[in-house]
Design a protein around this ligand. Structure first.
Ligand code: SF4
Ligand code: SF4
Length: 396
């Protein structure tokens, strides 16, 4: 476990895939024992954000946040959420619990960061006396306690530290070009070598706003692992749950068949592929098309919007301007159009062929001809036979 302070800002190269695999092996090997969990305090720290991640989590259903708070999910502890907006306590009562955790009196606990982490060194350095970007409560001398002070104090003792949303994971909108606070993601602030009590790096659940179910599902997996009931959730080299962020948007998009046949929307409101209107889905890691936005409903392309890459570390700067085609689209969509025009014609021929019953196209045999002849003569021959044939004219 590493300790941190406000001076640590690690913005080096991201770790690679091999490092993630080694890290996973090491975490499992080093694990000594499970954590006793009946009730788990969760300290939700708000950085620079819009609270949209909190709203997303409130909409989660699988399980719902209320299920986790009430302890009604089998094998999962009851969560005692200390959220700056949602908490029952306020003022000194609210701050007292955070203080106890920082003093090591409320172990075990988890930390969730929503919103990006400001670089307080730009203003004051070691204390908030000369100013601050974000604070929560006051110290005994009446000086504001900065959000980064709480993060420094709580993260080293946390069972796990989870960053929710693209601001907390990679910096997001507050870290866009020209930002005054030098905003950054939690992993960049705490350092890539940060490890929680469980030996885990910062667990990143990105999205602007994220899918609420992605977050609660990750929390549930981590809690099962903490109690040694479930396996270590597989994280990628950037600390993202691999099963949620391992595929591109494009692979699960319901408009994918239009792309494959080279059919592209020219204006919004079309059901066709949106790549020529600026969709980044082919290169963005996100499970929105398969999971959808809320309880299996909605989601970007499903409701007519294109992917703007909101889960990605480069968002938003690397994905703007939003209303222009991504680079490379000209080559890939031109290729799809060329091949798709041939494939579409061949498929149309096959569709016309397959859209018929077999017997409609059969040449009648001798017995059938005899039957038809007798039928026309008003014979008592078994006329029920074959009475259910397809279009009369076709069979005649
Ligand atoms: S709309 Fe975007 S994600 Fe969907 S098929 Fe087209 S390019 Fe792929
Ligand atoms: S599909 Fe694209 S825009 Fe939509 S949530 Fe995923 S990354 Fe963001």
């Amino acid at each position: 476990m590493s300790t941190t302070d406000n001076s640590q800002v690690d913005a080096g190269d991201p770790p690679d895939e091999a490092a993630a695999t080694t890290q996973r092996d090491t975490v499992e090997e080093d694990r000594e024992e499970s954590v006793e969990l009946d009730v788990l305090d969760v300290f939700w720290l708000a950085g620079e954000g819009c609270d949209g991640c909190s709203i997303s989590v409130l909409g989660a259903t699988n399980p719902g946040i209320e299920d986790l708070l009430s302890g009604s999910v089998p094998h999962l502890p009851t969560l005692d959420l200390h959220h700056p907006v949602l908490a029952f306590e306020w003022g000194d009562d609210y701050m007292e619990v955070l203080q106890e955790a920082a003093n090591g009196e409320r172990d075990p606990y988890a930390v969730v960061v929503e919103g990006s982490v400001p670089n307080e060194r730009l203003i004051a350095g070691d204390s908030a006396e000369d100013g601050y970007w974000i604070a929560l409560g006051e110290d005994e001398d009446g000086n504001p306690m900065r959000m980064v002070d709480w993060l420094d104090r709580l993260a080293p003792g946390a069972v796990v530290t989870i960053a929710i949303g693209t601001c907390a994971t990679w910096g997001g909108v507050p870290a866009a070009k020209g930002n005054a606070t030098d905003a950054m993601g939690t992993m960049d602030y705490l350092g890539r070598d940060y490890r929680s009590v469980l030996g885990l790096p910062v667990v990143n659940v990105p999205g602007c706003a994220p899918v609420g179910d992605n977050f609660v599902e990750t929390v549930a997996h981590l809690l099962l692992y903490a109690q040694d009931i479930g396996p270590l959730p597989e994280l990628d080299e950037l600390g993202r749950p691999k099963w949620l962020f391992g595929e591109t948007v494009h692979r699960n998009c319901e408009r994918g068949s239009y792309y494959e046949e080279g059919v592209f929307a020219e204006e919004y409101g079309s059901e066709k592929c949106l790549v020529e209107l600026g969709c980044w889905g082919p290169v963005v890691k996100c499970n929105m098309p398969s999971r959808r936005n809320l309880d299996g409903v909605g989601g970007c392309m499903n409701v007519g919007g294109k992917c703007i890459g909101c889960t990605m570390p480069g968002f938003p700067d690397k994905f703007t301007p939003y209303f222009k085609r991504p680079p490379g689209t000209l080559i890939s969509s031109s290729g799809s159009k060329l091949l798709g025009s041939v494939v579409r014609r061949l498929r149309q021929i096959t569709i016309e062929n397959q859209d018929r019953e077999v017997r409609w196209d059969e040449s009648p045999g001798l017995e059938e001809r005899a039957y038809q002849w007798l039928l026309k003569r008003g014979s008592n021959y078994d006329t029920g036979r074959g009475a259910d044939r397809g279009p009369k004219g076709e069979a005649d």
